[in-house]
Design a protein around this ligand. Sequence first.
Ligand code: SAH
Length: 247
Amino acid sequence: MHRFFLPPDAIQGETIIFPADTAQQIQRVLRLRSGEKVTVLDNSGWQYSVALTDANRGQVSGRVLEKSPVQSEPPVHLSLYLCLTQREKFEWMLQKCTEVGTAEFTPVLSSRSLVQDKQTYENKHSRWERIILEAAEQSGRGRIPPLNPPLDYTAAVETARATNDLCLIAWEEEHALRLPAALQNGPANTHLALLIGPEGGLSTGEVDQAVQMGWRAVSLGPRILRMETAAVVSAALVIDWFETRTG
Ligand code: SAH
């Protein structure tokens, strides 16, 4: 079943008017015809089963058959803080971590980040939002994770601390506290921030600074993971923990 996030004005009661870019995709790329069904998402947690009623000459509309809440959003709000890195790697992290269930992304410029200028981000912003959107549609998410503007390291750790219940920093030199152990007693709806360092690692000073603000350094095990591996693995561990715990 094809899934499309649509803006609020496309959903008019029982009628769906597909915006031009989606209409083009439905007709030219997917070659769907009147009567075929698609799923429409409103980015606020609802999905609509829709039968296409009219699909010709660039106009596509549909009729709502059923409206239901999306069941796939995780019970934890995971905000990932990812140090900026080369484009392919960053895009891969955005795509995979969206599939896994991340709620929002913030790029971070740390002292050893491979990419140090915010311009890189500004040039790529709409492309990266598109990657997140497509990953959210493909994986059946109910919400599109926002991509926040990049922050310098200090601003990132301060902002995250002010807006989350629990802040975790993945650090390969932490040998005692494994990530799942740091989640014990976390209530549902926990807002959790998780920071992944760059290829060159975080400096001890950066980790100390975060810890002094109330972050906890966590281990992903005794092996050194590449940053993109660390991002996906840690996001999956957090979401799995909240989705499968009982009681
Ligand atoms: N350059 C460092 C490794 C950096 S790995 C070195 O060679 O020692 C990139 C990022 O992935 C790290 O900053 C950290 O956030 C995360 N990471 C990788 N392996 C990890 C592990 N075993 N435990 C916790 N975090 C890890």
